[in-house]
Design a protein. Structure first.
Length: 440
């Protein structure tokens, strides 16, 4: 293979990150060489997101920047934006291929072909078809991570929900689950490659198994994985919808020694009237009760949520309901998003849009609130000892980054062994990494 290098840039959710890691793994296992920077790559894979208009803009900005700084590069765009607007992306300079989610299995082969036989300028080739024709989840056996300590396994794709604001079902298709035997084989391979933590991810993770025959469930998959693979040191669960965080899920997170004390439960709004307009199937009171039950069962657990501000018609009083619910809740971190009208969704045509400056202000209010709550959560661990997985990430000169069972970033001494657990004493907060500092 010529001395050509590739680079993968991922945008979006954990499922997308997992897909990008699989592409990266396939390419390296095929002998392709990876560049450190996207601007030095001969072939750049842009694994796109389209959940908001800003996500679309970020993808376009990256393509333009790479084209300006490295005009000889060839760009392959895949992911959700590629599925939604393939022709728009194909018209951009330096884009060689546009590969929708329907054809994502082709990406590695196209990259290898481009590395071996670079092509000149010309309109991109497009590989994209109706995502709803996809009936089975069939993903590459290669699976890894950007690092060598934690890996994400996508066990489910697609979504059958009908939230009024969400474009994702139209670019991901119907809910599809990976056969449990294939999941376990994949995790077994990762354990043999000395990954210390595996994260189960999906687009609608709690719906896992409903489409399989015989039918199964996400809880059954988790239990079977843990029982079958005692060498798996830690299993972390990705985002799970509120109605699917059952008592069994809470018990697993709270009591199983190899399940991370961490749940991410999308909220979207703390106002029941807004939730109804979003077509979310729970009330604000039900959500508050759920996260309270999680905290009662697992006092040290990290509990995160997605929150949208500026949904059409959201009044100051309705936003205040969300603010007060979060303030009174045990949530430890938030992903805050301003509403973004996605063409083709019900919410895109709703009346009474919220001005952009109001949405930005509300977002800042929530971020400031959760920063205080997160600092209080981290401060509670100062003086205690925690098990920390040291990552292959250098921060602050000679220090490294680590992560705890309950999803707290930790700055640790740089001489600690990477990809190992260490029992460390928490010495204080480290706001530079939004975490804590710890030492032997």
């Amino acid at each position: 293979m010529p001395d050509q290098r590739f680079h993968v840039v991922n945008f979006g959710c954990r499922a997308s990150q997992s897909e990008g890691a699989a592409i990266q793994d396939e390419l390296t296992q095929a002998g392709a060489r990876e560049s450190v920077s996207p601007y030095d790559a001969d072939v750049l894979v842009v694994n796109s997101c389209t959940v908001t208009a800003e996500a679309d803009r970020e993808v376009r900005r990256l393509i333009r920047r790479v084209g300006r700084r490295n005009p000889d590069s060839r760009i392959v765009v895949t992911g959700c934006f590629a599925q939604r607007r393939p022709e728009e992306l194909a018209a951009m300079p330096h884009v060689g291929y546009v590969v929708g989610n329907s054809h994502k299995h082709m990406v590695s082969g196209l990259v290898l072909e481009s590395l071996q036989d670079p092509q000149g300028e010309g309109r991109a080739e497009v590989f994209c078809s109706d995502i709803f024709d996809e009936k089975v989840l069939d993903v590459s056996p290669a699976q890894g991570s950007a690092g060598r300590t934690r890996a994400t396994v996508k066990v489910q794709d697609g979504c059958d929900a009908n939230c009024s604001f969400c474009i994702i079902p139209s670019v991901r298709g119907r809910s599809r689950s990976l056969d449990p035997d294939r999941v376990i084989d994949r995790v077994r391979d990762l354990v043999q490659r000395e990954y210390r933590e595996v994260v189960f991810s999906g687009i609608h993770l709690g719906s896992y198994g409903r489409d399989l025959r015989p039918r199964t469930s996400f809880v059954d998959l988790v239990r079977r994985t843990l029982d079958t693979l005692p060498a798996l040191e830690r299993l972390r669960l990705s985002s799970i919808e509120p109605l699917e965080v059952t008592s069994e899920v809470i018990e697993l997170v709270a009591a199983h020694p190899r399940v991370a004390h961490h749940l991410h439960v999308p909220m979207q709004s703390g106002c029941t009237r807004i939730l109804r307009r979003m077509r979310r199937p729970y009330s604000a009171d039900a959500y508050a009760d759920l996260v309270g039950r999680i905290r009662d069962a697992a006092p040290d657990a990290a509990i995160g949520a997605d929150v949208m501000v500026g949904f059409p018609g959201e009044t100051d009083d309705e936003f205040l309901e969300t603010y007060r619910l979060i303030e009174a809740s045990p949530l430890t971190y938030l992903h805050v998003f301003p509403f973004s009208a996605r063409p083709g969704t019900v919410a895109a045509d709703m009346d009474n849009p919220v001005p952009e400056h109001v949405s930005r202000f509300r977002g800042r209010q929530l971020r400031s609130l959760i920063a205080r709550k997160n600092a209080a959560f981290r401060e509670a661990f100062v003086g205690r000892q925690l098990d920390v997985l040291v990552l292959d990430e250098v921060v602050h000169g000679n220090s490294r980054s680590g992560i705890t069972d309950n999803f707290i970033r930790v700055r640790v001494p740089g001489d600690l062994d990477v990809n190992r657990w260490h029992r460390l004493a928490v010495t204080g907060l480290d706001d530079a990494c939004h975490g804590i500092a710890a030492a032997l």
